[in-house]
Design a protein around this ligand. Structure first.
Ligand code: ADP
Length: 565
């Protein structure tokens, strides 16, 4: 069926059908004309023969002597006189004579077509008017020439048809190569184009097929170029959208999600897990498409804060849907909260010592406390609180500088052992006063590497200061320094009160103090360790805490030797 549908098969069949039809018509026309020709010729000959015989009969006029005339030599002649044959009849004559109705013979011509498988044309002529009795001449001729020529023509036509079929078939095969092969190649190439394979075809001829191939190649190139341009644009758009920090979602007017970038998709998936939130979100999407009024709202979901802005997509007064832009503002919200917290904490931290300062000094000034011992105690408290305020303000300045980025790091080659010696000298008095022993445990005399001298000084300061504050007389502080290949590890360990496990994760937060009532007397601000951890972070270092209540605390600092902020 498939091969019958091919162009060549159709051409081949059409040519064969046409040729066969033409040949059949030609055959029929030829047969018809030939038949007429033979009939006419035979009739003319018979006419002449009958006339000739008639003339002989009229010249002789003696019926009885007819048997001796030249008429005896005539073939295919029957002469009936008074209804009986005058001349001896051959078998064929006899047969024809028997078939004829000899009663009412007139001048006529007719055909008998089933005599000995042959056709005969018979001509009768009456000469009765010249004789006493009825005299009829009957002459006949076979029409075999008609049959013979019909079979001849048929054979010739069959032969011609055969040759033409063979010729047409050969022609069809030649056509297959010249026409259909390039067409089949074009068809395959067109399918390939539809699958995105743009392979040019070889142009083999300069005819219409060649031109079609050229046009196809051009179309292929154009499609490839256009598709590449469209893909490039699409990829670019995709890149832009996927590199966006914001989630982008596009919904049609039925709130069906049509497009989303990666970020938008992850937020929408998270949102979809909460059916109530999702319902509200989609209600907004539909509502905005309806009202065409942009809307911004906040969405809180699994510890994240989002700012969601909805805008209707309108073109030519037609609304196509809603575009939703989702911005993760968790960090901003957190920073806002931290700032508010920070201000509240600072105010609180400053207010407490100020109230105490003013209260105690007022009590002394107003003479409410007069006992020298009590006055001394109060002055000591005033001194403690002033120191704490001083410390707090200094620490706040440090933090503010670090936060603003104005406090640049000054990393350069320094000797850590030199710095430690300097610091321990500073603490000598405080240590002596509190009866605390400080031991430096190291094998190195000099540990030289890149660090910010001032900042690491503050780190060690804060750690030793804490160790002194959170220990009791008789306790011991050990400062260990280990100089490794790529890093320097130093630790400040004390045998003081220790830190409960539940606080250990939080003591590096701003303003985090373990126990307000206990630390107050110890001049705590809750900022010391925050500053320590910030400085260590800026040195790309690490800080480890090992502590057990009642046993002691160790802060271990690991500083890389090649660190750059
Ligand atoms: P503060 O000014 O209150 O000491 P820090 O940030 O330096 O603030 O310390 C935070 C908290 O960590 C302190 O309130 C204290 O409870 C605890 N802490 C710090 N160092 C030690 C230590 N060596 N031993 C026991 N507790 C400590």
């Amino acid at each position: 069926m498939r091969s019958l549908n091919s162009l060549v098969s159709k051409l081949w069949l059409t040519i064969i059908l046409m040729v066969t039809a033409v040949l059949i018509i030609l055959t029929l026309v030829l047969i018809f004309f030939f038949r007429s020709y033979v009939f006419n010729t035979t009739e003319t000959i018979l006419e002449e023969d009958v006339n000739r015989v008639g003339e002989v009969l009229l010249t002789e006029h003696d019926i009885d002597s007819l048997g001796n005339t030249s008429l005896l030599q005539e073939d295919n002649l029957i002469i009936l006189y008074a209804g009986d044959p005058l001349l001896p009849l051959s078998a064929l004559d006899e047969e024809i004579y028997n078939r004829m109705n000899t009663e009412n013979l007139t001048d006529s011509t007719f055909i008998i077509d089933d005599l000995y498988n042959s056709m005969y044309m018979i001509k009768t002529s009456s000469l009765t008017r010249y004789f006493d009795e009825n005299l009829h001449i009957i002459m006949y001729r076979d029409l075999d020439a008609v049959n013979q020529s019909i079979s001849g023509i048929t054979i010739i036509m069959f032969f011609t048809t055969g040759i033409l079929i063979i010729g047409t078939t050969i022609f069809a095969f030649l056509l297959l190569n010249r026409i259909t092969r390039p067409l089949i190649n074009l068809k395959t190439a067109a399918y390939n184009t539809s699958r995105g394979k743009y392979k040019p075809l070889e142009v083999r001829s300069r005819d219409e097929i060649g031109e079609l191939t050229l046009a196809f190649n051009k179309m292929n190139r154009d499609i490839k170029k256009n598709i590449e341009a469209v893909l490039h644009e699409k990829n670019l758009r995709e890149e832009i959208f996927s590199s966006m920090e914001e989630g982008v979602l596009y919904f049609d007017t039925d709130a069906e999600l049509i497009y989303s970038n990666a970020k938008g998709n992850s937020i929408y998936t998270a949102l979809s897990s909460n059916s109530h939130e999702k319902e509200m979100f989609l209600d907004n999407v539909l509502n905005i498409a309806d009202t065409k009024t942009p809307q911004i709202e906040r969405l809180n979901m699994s510890n994240h804060h989002y700012q969601v802005s909805y805008t209707a997509v309108v073109s030519d007064n037609m609304t196509y849907g809603t575009i939703v832009l989702i911005r993760d503002i968790t960090e901003i919200v957190k920073t806002e909260a931290m700032r508010a917290d920070f201000i509240a904490n600072v105010s609180h931290e400053l207010k407490t010592p100020m109230v105490m300062l003013s209260g105690y000094s007022e009590a002394i000034l107003d003479g409410i406390v007069t006992e020298p011992e009590e006055v001394n105690e109060m002055i000591k408290i005033i001194k403690d609180e002033s120191d704490r305020m001083n410390r707090l303000v200094n620490e706040l300045i440090t933090i503010a500088r670090m936060d603003s980025g104005s406090d640049l790091m000054n990393i350069e080659g320094n000797d850590l052992m030199g710095l430690i010696k300097e610091i321990t000298m500073k603490f000598k008095h405080a240590l002596h006063e509190k009866e605390i022993d400080l031991e430096i445990d190291t094998v190195s005399k000099r540990v030289f590497f890149d660090f910010d001298y001032g900042k690491i000084e503050q780190v060690i300061n804060n750690l030793i200061d804490n160790a002194i504050r959170y220990t009791e007389p008789g306790d011991k502080i050990t400062l260990t320094v280990r100089d490794a290949e790529d890093e320097v590890v130093f630790s400040v360990a004390d045998t003081g009160i220790g830190i409960k496990e539940e606080h250990q994760d939080r003591i590096f937060e701003r303003f985090y103090k373990v126990d307000e009532s206990r630390t107050r007397g110890k001049h705590g601000t809750g900022l010391g360790l925050y500053i320590v951890s910030s400085i260590i972070k800026r040195h790309q270092g690490k800080i480890e805490l090992y502590s057990e209540p009642g046993v002691g605390t160790t802060f271990e600092i690991i500083l890389p030797k090649n660190n750059h902020e």
